[in-house]
Design a protein. Structure first.
Length: 297
């Protein structure tokens, strides 16, 4: 089959499922991965013939797209903070909002007015080597790996309960040529962290079951519920546990960062305050309450 013929077939099969802009995006991503062709090649090489083997891969991808399986799982990869990451059904697909959390941390570390002076001085005097960061619930490893790429001398540890997700995170660390200490651990049953940390960051499960109707079907039916949902009656269970651990395992003037449920900003701030933290709430690019930064008062 010729490339232009497959594109016509691709468009026709997905026309009742996705808008054309998404269909075009899927097609470009697939031909780049499977055929090593760029968008411009659709004009210059539209008459190119697709081999039988490649056609099987493309047709399989098309079949999976028709069921609304995320393109990232079909490709087995995605991009986060300008870096490549492997993904599969055991990992959440990294979101743009989480990139904003990474950017906030990096901005604070580069801006002495936004972090504790003692932390800044330690980082300067020892080339950042004294700084230690812990991420809880790492998934693909997108947060610690992105931080590591931009903070090459900082010691970073990441905790994850899913062995399958942890394996992907390790592969992603190797893919991006960074060193992360990964720990297989259930944070809810953790009473003590391995050391003191200057920064603790987490994007834990926070979607309540009552919010399921707001979740896109391709997310609800494909992404791991373990990493998404919490009990409606105790939606801050992970935040409470991590905050308790942070209170005992943050260094003096250390900082705790969370990505949060957009509907529970006030509740999250109240919980942090009750546990002795002074916090700042930050909105994401969409105007939703999305992140907190906290220090022990």
């Amino acid at each position: 089959m010729l490339l232009k013929e497959f594109r016509n077939h691709f468009n026709k099969q997905l026309s009742t499922v996705f808008p054309q802009t998404e269909i075009d995006s899927f097609f470009f991503l697939l031909i780049e991965k499977e055929l090593d062709l760029q968008r411009i090649d659709l004009v210059l090489k539209s008459e190119v013939s697709i081999s039988e083997e490649k056609f099987k891969h493309l047709y399989n991808a098309l079949s999976r797209l028709k069921t609304q399986e995320p393109i990232q799982y079909i490709l087995g990869e995605t991009e986060f903070f300008g870096l490549p990451f492997k993904v599969n059904k055991h990992t959440l697909i990294p979101r743009p909002e989480t990139e904003e959390l990474v950017e906030w941390i990096l901005s604070d570390l580069k801006n002495k007015t936004n972090v504790s002076s003692s932390m800044s001085l330690r980082a300067e005097s020892r080339g950042n080597k004294s700084l230690s960061i812990l991420e809880i619930g790492t998934g693909t490893g997108c947060i610690p790996i992105s931080l590591a790429k931009n903070l090459p001398n900082v010691k970073i540890t990441a905790i994850e309960i899913s062995p399958e997700a942890l394996e992907i995170a390790k592969q992603n660390a190797k893919l991006n040529n960074v060193e992360i200490e990964f720990i297989d651990q259930d944070i809810l049953s953790t009473e003590k962290l391995p050391q003191q940390f200057d920064i603790i960051v987490s994007n834990p499960p926070y979607v309540r079951n009552l919010e399921k109707e707001e979740i896109q079907p391709n997310v609800l039916e494909n992404e791991p519920h373990l990493a998404l949902f919490v009990d409606d009656l105790n939606p801050l269970v992970f935040y409470k546990k991590i905050t308790d651990l942070a209170k005992n395992h943050l260094t003096k003037n250390g900082v705790l960062y969370f990505e949060i449920n957009q509907y529970l900003g006030k509740e999250t701030l109240d919980m942090l305050s009750e546990k002795g933290f002074k916090s700042e709430l930050k909105k994401d690019v969409f105007g939703n309450d999305r992140m907190t930064k906290s220090m022990i008062e």
